[in-house]
Write a protein that binds this ligand. Structure first.
Ligand code: ZN
Length: 80
């Protein structure tokens, strides 16, 4: 049986579906009996989801609004 520390180390790989099948099975077996690690993985997946969304390009409408705001701000201060 893996320790909680070992599960934490393998958590990212496990959630991405990477890693050797036997290692994944050992993590899975640990998660079956350890509510702490289940909670840890749940929070980690949420954090990863948020990070991925933060790094993703914004929707086009948001970009247009942002550019319009930037141009408006520059237009006010520009001498040209
Ligand atoms: Zn655990």
């Amino acid at each position: 049986m893996l320790t909680c520390h070992q599960v934490a180390e393998e958590a990212t790989e496990y959630m991405e579906g990477a890693g050797a099948r036997t290692r994944r099975l050992r993590v899975w077996a640990h998660l079956r009996v350890c509510p702490n690690c289940r909670e840890y993985l749940r929070q980690l997946s949420r954090t990863i989801g948020l990070a991925r969304r933060a790094l993703a390009p914004p929707p086009a409408a948001e970009v247009e609004d942002e550019l319009a705001a930037i141009f408006a701000a520059h237009g006010k201060g520009a001498a040209e």
